[in-house]
Design a protein around this ligand. Sequence first.
Ligand code: GLV
Ligand code: MN
Ligand code: MN
Length: 397
Amino acid sequence: MTSALLAEIGDVGRDRTRGGYSRHVFDGAELELRTWFLAHARRLGLDTETDRNGNLWAWWGGQGPDAVVTGSHLDSVPGGGAFDGPLGVASALAAVRALRDRGAVPGRPLAVVVFAEEEGGRFGVPCLGSRLLTGAIGAEAARRLRDQDGRTFAEAAAGAGLDPDRIGADPGALGRIGRFVELHVEQGRGLVDLGSPVAVGSTVIAHGRWRFTFTGQGNHAGATLLRDRRDPMLPAAATVTAARELAAAAPDARATVGRIVPTPGGTNVIASTVRLWLDARVPDGSTHALVEEVAGAARVAAAAEGCTVDVREESASDTVTFDAGLRAELGGVLGGVPELATGAGHDAAILAPHVPAAMLYVRNPTGISHAPEEFAEPADVERGAAALADVLEHLCR
Ligand code: GLV
Ligand code: MN
Ligand code: MN
């Protein structure tokens, strides 16, 4: 059933330019997916609601407390794959259907949740819906976030029918969650190497995003002698290289510059400013130390070109270890599936400091994610949903 559900949304938000899917919070594609989710949830007899931060909930039984909650997200990165997020949502719907077909009667409330803006693809802060829910980001800071067109999160939320004044920490909604389990496509090749279709998540490594703004002097590409230039593209390029070299020198660290925006952006124009975004992740949690080293290299390169650089943190998360007791329960139900650490961030990791949380990963034979090649075999997709149904049935006893 899960593959059939994913097939239903196979044409929603396809990105004809980049390839893959571009589904960003509150855009046309993501709103269509929200409608799709709510229709399926209602067809399953679940009571649906949208919380004050734009997260969707579908309830089997009363709305908490001590609910078993599962779910994921429906937004994507620009040009992302079909599985990152929607697999967890479709599997949750399929698991509820399986439990109904088994005649299971949950002994406690069960909910499926769809978190808003997990990728931060539109407003820059990943897991925005779960961060707002838990208070990990303040309401005012979230309201002021802007997308690439200058529209604020408050404006976009209002456009989607939310009250921007009610955005923010939601202890009532958080307090309903007893335990949370998110199923997700694996985003590396860990399960391929282990020869297993499913794993239980162990840790999520510390990660964050920093915006570097280099400022120089916009000028003519032909008429300006090299010695007269203050070209911010040079320190930006040096920073890309420095990030890679500094990360390579730290144990298992990752540093990525996946987005760089020169202004004004003309082929025959020396840029006046260049903005780039650094995504840094370090298992031992020393992300800020790595970024400070990269920022140091950026300052040196900027000064050498007569430019300046401003560095701003946009988000940061510590390393998270999922609840040991819940992991053991999942391992017991699933008969000794392996445990797997990940370098990818998830809403489950945002919830983990507040409620027992855990994850299930489904094998991705390409080992590729955040790209159109992301994949899961249909047989593994169904195995994942069956594993989730078994876990939910056990936890709802
Ligand atoms: C989300 O997938 C992230 O780790 O960036
Ligand atoms: Mn992702
Ligand atoms: Mn995801």
